[in-house]
Design a protein around this ligand. Structure first.
Ligand code: GDP
Ligand code: GDP
Length: 449
């Protein structure tokens, strides 16, 4: 799927190259600086607050003979606009509208391409008159921008968004944003005697195919590759990461506590999904909550599994008790999956792996910017942000800039002052709307200066 195309047009010196450089950053693709070569366009891959597109800069005719300039400019401008999904028509807010700007506006009136008018060099208040003059060009109110200082980028984002969003982004991607066939990296952690070794042996035993064990990943880390047959009969690769149960018991016996903490941390490091195994006959203890908290802090997907369910007494009150303690103890993330298994009988293990795969899918999910902002508008309207000290906070846009774990950036005026409770409102809203379940979701706040 090719990226959408944005053209930057305008007379010389309005700041086209400056905007181009700001949007393309270091990813500059094509600059032809050889003397004697006609440089019609520069072209690059741009990233504006998470929106990605190709950008053409039509600069390069500054040195042309003044008599032929308008003719060549017209040709180039029209060609660039024709090829683009949207064109940014730049004027210089400080200099005001010039006859050449008006002429370009006339050329553009006949095109069927969308045009976004931009009043550049509008930092501070220096551009106010130019902004008002620019309204007369017939393309509505200009976006006020300072390409040089990076101001107004969120508004530019908002103006471009409807034009550069790709069709195939409309749906929430259900699949792993990386390779869905890559092995599920699963770690099983828990206190000594929770049943980790028994569980691993059970998983790897029977007719399961073991393609390991192999020393991989790091110097002293162990992993085992095998395949799990899902409920539809598909074979799906799983990589068990550095689980204590894979080692000789004798080695760990002495410094059991200490070693298991180190094992746990290393396993968390390499895993996508972490199963925290609890001994149902002992219930949830503070140390378990600490591990759970650590897993979430590291941005990993967490599943909590009550083992030895075959010998659990008062099953339902035990289950509800652990559930309640989890929701209370892990205040940041409600509803972490809680499952029951028996490593001895094998009951519940298929469900556990199934949930692990589904959790990885959510952890890897990417939501389109358009979808995000449609949800965002509703969320802000339903519950407007507070005004601490009488100062209004104006959230503008949200984009997802990372997966694994899903990470979002919120742009807007003074959003860095949003109280935790409001951030949590947004994070929980994201979770619900886009089905992130209980995987850690991160929200970064960015307020333009
Ligand atoms: P182009 O000919 O349209 O590509 O314009 P340039 O990008 O080469 O910019 C022309 C001049 O305007 C340069 O001196 C830039 O530093 C300056 N310029 C560009 N953007 C801004 C801005 O936002 N504010 C101010 N004050 N100057 C700018
Ligand atoms: P680890 O230290 O976490 O690796 O725990 P082990 O796998 O060594 O298990 C500790 C003890 O719990 C052993 O005696 C196991 O037989 C027992 N155990 C493990 N899983 C189960 C289970 O599902 N049911 C029952 N009844 N006992 C279990």
């Amino acid at each position: 799927m090719p990226l959408p195309i944005v053209a930057i047009i305008g007379r010389p010196n309005v700041g086209k190259s400056t905007l181009f450089n700001r949007l393309v950053g270091k990813r500059l693709a094509l600059v032809d600086d050889q003397p004697g070569v006609t440089r019609d366009r520069r072209e690059g891959e741009a990233n504006l607050l998470g929106l990605e597109f190709r950008i053409f800069d039509t600069a390069g005719y500054e040195d042309e003979d003044a008599a032929t300039l308008p003719g060549r400019m017209r040709q180039q401008t029209e060609a660039a606009v024709q090829d683009a999904d949207v064109a940014l028509f730049l004027v210089d807010a400080r200099a005001g509208v010039t006859p050449l700007d008006e002429e370009i506006a006339r050329w553009l009136r006949s095109t069927d391409r969308p045009i976004v008018l931009v009043a550049n060099k509008a930092e501070g208040r220096a551009g106010e008159t130019g902004v008002i003059e620019a309204m007369a060009l017939g393309f509505g109110e200009p976006i006020q921008l300072s390409a040089e200082h990076g101001e107004g980028m969120a508004d530019l984002f908002g103006a471009l968004l409807p034009h550069v969003e790709r069709e195939d982004e409309e749906e929430v991607e259900e699949e792993d944003s990386e390779n869905p066939n890559a092995p599920l990296k699963l770690a099983i952690v828990g206190r000594p005697n929770a049943g980790k070794s028994t569980l691993v042996n059970r998983l790897l035993g029977e007719d399961r195919m073991i393609t390991g064990p192999e020393a991989g990943i790091t110097r002293d880390s162990i992993s085992v590759d095998w395949e799990w047959e899902d409920f539809d009969g598909n074979k799906r690769p799983v990589r068990l990461i550095d689980t204590a149960g894979m080692r000789k018991k004798a080695k760990v016996e002495e410094k059991l506590e200490k070693l298991s903490v180190m094992d746990t941390l290393r396993a968390i490091d390499f895993a996508e999904v972490v199963v925290l195994l609890l001994d149902a006959t002992r219930g949830l203890e503070v140390q378990d909550l600490k591990i759970a908290d650590r897993v979430l802090q590291e941005g990993r997907a967490l599943i909590i599994v009550l083992n030895k369910w075959d010998v659990a007494e008062n099953a339902s009150s035990l289950f509800n008790g652990v559930k309640g303690a989890l929701d209370e103890g892990l205040a940041q993330v409600k509803g972490v999956p809680l499952l029951t298994v028996s490593a001895v009988t094998g009951k519940g293990l298929d469900t556990m792996i199934d949930v692990a795969f589904k959790t990885r899918d959510a952890w890897s999910r990417r939501v389109s910017t358009g979808q995000l902002n449609r949800w965002f508008e509703r969320a802000i309207e339903a519950n407007p942000p507070p005004a601490p000290g009488g100062k209004r906070i104006k959230p503008r846009y949200v984009t997802q800039n990372k997966t694994r774990p899903p990470t979002f950036v919120l742009f807007g005026t003074r959003v860095d002052l949003l109280p935790m409770s409001y951030q949590r409102y947004l994070i929980n809203g994201l979770r619900k709307e886009f089905d992130f379940g209980a995987v850690p979701v991160r929200l970064n706040l960015r307020a333009p200066k």
